[in-house]
Structure formats: structure tokens, C-alpha cells
Ligand binder design. Structure first.
Ligand SMILES: [Zn+2]
Length: 163
């Protein structure tokens, strides 16, 4: 019924949160729910092959990957692949002018990843344009187990030659 790009954090078990069973959700997770190339391709598979009509980018409260991105002075201490992932979050936060507010950063990170999907994938953007796909960002609250829906992604113009 949907694909989810979520964080690998063990406190955010996607199928349990949505009370779904086997075969209901196509779930892709990494630290910080970052839309790196492999994740974009994974979600393209869900849409192209499984005809999933909805992608939810599910961020969460007190995300460790986002917290790390707020401490860019430590980026060079991380192994290269992890530094790339955290560095992507850091660049998105920097572009939004977010420096110290972790909850604001977590919300922005989910929205940014959702927008990144439309901004980098020709396939996903085409499905948004045709109305066959919706991409939503959400934030899971670890304390009260509630979801905040953060908004839908609009199709992008000019996505066709991008990455
Ligand atoms: Zn997280």
C-alpha cells in the first residue's frame, strides 16, 4: 500500500507503528532516513515495479544521525561512508539555516529527503506530475508515539536531466 523511507533507529519500527502485516509496506531504512542514491533507486523500484502510490519519508524525534549533522566539526572523525550520509544531512540543514535546534532539524530532514526524491528521480517526479504518486514527510514522536504529517511534495519542473 505504501513505501516508507525511514530511519534505522530501533525505536521506529515502521511496520509496528503503522500496524501493518506482511506484504503491506515496502520499507527502506538508513541512519537519518537520507535519500542517497541507493535509497532513491530502492523507492523507484517500489513505484515502477510494485506500483506503490504513496511514499512516506518518516523522520523521528531525537534522531542520532541528525544530531551528528548538527556537529559538523566531528564529520572528519567519522568513517567515509557515514561521513557522506551525515554530511548530506548537514548540507541540507546548512542550506535551511538550521544550526542548533534538533527537533526543527529532524523535521526539516524528513521534508528535505522527501523533496530530494522528487528533485533527483525523473521517474518519481513523473509519477507525481501525473497524480499516480504522492510523497509525504512525517515525524514520529518517540515520547507520545504520535505522527506529525509535515506536508506533501510538489512535482518539480525541469527534473529530467538531473542526477
Ligand atoms: Zn534516526
Amino acid at each position: 500500500m505504501a513505501a516508507v523511507l525511514g530511519c534505522s533507529d530501533s525505536r521506529v519500527p515502521v511496520e509496528l507503528l503503522f500496524d501493518t502485516g506482511l506484504g503491506d509496506l515496502f520499507v527502506a531504512r538508513n541512519a537519518g532516513n537520507v535519500a542517497l542514491a541507493g535509497m532513491v533507486g530502492t523507492l523507484e523500484y517500489a513505484v515502477a515495479v510494485l506500483h506503490v502510490p504513496l511514499i512516506v519519508v518518516l523522520g523521528h524525534e531525537r534522531c542520532g544521525a541528525v544530531a551528528a549533522a548538527l556537529r559538523p566539526q566531528n564529520l572528519n572523525l567519522l568513517p567515509p561512508s557515514l561521513a557522506q550520509l551525515v554530511g548530506q544531512i548537514h548540507l541540507d540543514l546548512l542550506a535551511a539555516g538550521i544550526e542548533g535546534d534538533l527537533d526543527r532539524a529532524c523535521r526539516h530532514n524528513a521534508i528535505s529527503a522527501a523533496q530530494h526524491l522528487a528533485g533527483t528521480s525523473v521517474l518519481l517526479n513523473k509519477r507525481l506530475l501525473s497524480g499516480q504518486l504522492r510523497i509525504e514527510a512525517a515525524r514520529y514522536d518517540l515520547d507520545d508515539s504520535c505522527l506529525d504529517w509535515l506536508g506533501s511534495v510538489a512535482p518539480r519542473s525541469g527534473v529530467g536531466t538531473a542526477r
